[in-house]
Design a binder for this molecule. Structure first.
Ligand code: ATP
Ligand code: MG
Length: 413
């Protein structure tokens, strides 16, 4: 991608009302556009990051047999009435609307009931089970507070998966498998070391949920962790949990954290409420076992920005970066021709390059490269060409080396 053709521009300041570091940096770097509090558009660079995150999640969900689909944002009221969750006193984040004939509709804040309503049309017998479906979908929630940038949106992207089973044992096995898949997801996203599965109090097998919490100063949750023992406890269950785990509170470190994922085992609760059944091998009807598995895709993007940014700007882990290389061109015709060729060559090798071919001062280009957080910066200049060399600067270390062409290509491939 040539920067001269990209419609977004970097800026030195963020909107005055934006208090979250993730949104400030993403807006300044031209990755998101703030429409209103909690509502952000994703511009081409931001969309690339989102798609990279989604692709990692998609690969891991496919690997555990998830089938991708996409539900709708307009939802029927009757679907939610069955479980009482249409009621604003039960669910306080609904946006609702009406058809011209006054039929009430909900704007999807979640898809649990909607998915189950659909799946019951397809799942008839035990032979149709287990099955697992997932989507990447925009959720709309009338959140009270939206001060955390893209970490808490009123419109945000979630991956939600739902698995349906004939027995509790089958569900438990799959639940454990998805838990492992989630760990791989966070590892690949570069936040694995700081992401903990929270302790579920009670430890009962029939009904439980787990949160995936990432240590993050900008997070809204409080976690008590023990890194060596890999223990993480939510503040709400601290007393109970320390008792059950036989660990003293003082041994745990208190940190701020962000919930980047959440998995639930509903058992048969929801299918009993919704009267969703399958015919077993015994010829009798049984309620389906259900679990759901969420990942906050846009929240994860915000957490990554918060965790890795420095005073110069964003630092993207390579797996999610919108491009691998930021190519800076400095100087006249010779440098231009050479940089053009290098850009083409890297592209032909499948290396994603953001090519700063603008007529800007070197300092401006370097500052933008740092703000945008592209992992590898390469500079081509008239002066460097005289010695057939390139400047190479990893965003993470910020220290510049002079490399030959072979060294450069070896580093970037
Ligand atoms: P929270 O406690 O943060 O409000 P939640 O319990 O409402 O989260 P779920 O409904 O389980 O969350 O959604 C699954 C995942 O979606 C969460 O783990 C989180 O990562 C993400 N998520 C939830 N609400 C938002 C939001 N308003 N903006 C961005 N991501 C969100
Ligand atoms: Mg919530």
């Amino acid at each position: 991608m040539r920067l001269s053709q990209l419609f977004t521009k970097t800026s030195k300041t963020a909107p005055a009302d934006e208090v979250a570091k993730n949104a400030q940096l993403l807006i300044r770097a031209g990755f998101v556009y703030k429409v209103m509090a909690g509502v952000y558009a994703y511009t081409p660079l931001g969309l690339r990051v989102l798609e990279n995150i989604k692709q990692i999640v998609r690969e891991e969900m496919n690997a555990v047999g998830g089938q991708e689909l996409i539900m709708t944002n307009l939802q029927r009221r009757d679907t939610w009435d069955i479980t009482t969750r249409w009621d604003d006193d039960v669910v306080d984040v609904w946006f609702k609307t009406k058809l011209k004939d006054d039929t009430e509709l909900g704007l999807a804040w979640s898809h649990e009931e909607a998915i189950m309503e659909m799946m019951q049309q397809f799942v008839e017998s035990y032979k149709d089970l287990p099955t697992s479906v997932y989507q990447f979908q925009t959720k709309l929630r009338n959140e009270l507070r939206a001060k955390s940038g893209i970490m808490r949106g009123r419109e945000f992207v979630m991956k939600d998966m739902y698995s349906l089973h004939a027995s509790a044992e089958d569900l438990d096995q799959y639940y454990a498998k998805v838990t492992e898949a989630y760990k791989r997801v966070y590892d690949r996203l570069g936040i694995g070391e700081d992401t903990f599965v929270t302790f579920a109090s009670g430890g009962a097998f029939t009904k439980f949920s787990h949160e995936f919490q990432t240590v993050c100063e900008a997070g809204e949750d409080i976690l008590y962790i023990h890194r060596e023992k890999n223990i993480a406890v939510n503040e709400e269950v601290l007393d109970e949990a320390t008792k059950e785990l036989g660990i003293a509170k003082e041994e745990l470190e208190r940190v701020k954290s962000a919930e980047v994922g959440n998995i639930f085992n509903f058992g048969t609760d929801k299918s009993e409420q919704m009267n969703i059944k399958f015919t077993g091998s015994d010829g009798k009807e049984h309620p389906i076992y259900l679990a759901s598995y969420g990942i906050g895709i846009t929240r994860v993007m915000g957490v990554i920005v918060e965790k890795f940014a420095d005073e110069k700007g964003i630092i993207w882990p390579e797996n999610v970066a919108p491009a691998k290389v930021y190519l800076v061109r400095i100087g006249g015709d010779a440098a231009t021709q050479h940089a053009d060729e290098l850009y083409e060559e890297l592209a032909s090798k499948g290396v994603d390059v953001l090519y700063d071919d603008r007529d800007e001062r070197p300092g401006t280009k370097f500052a933008d490269a740092e703000l945008m957080g592209i992992p590898h910066r390469v500079t081509v200049s008239d002066r460097l060409l005289e010695s057939n060399s390139y400047e190479y600067t990893p965003r993470m270390s910020g220290s510049t080396e002079v490399l030959t062409r072979d060294q450069l290509l070896a580093t970037l491939s």
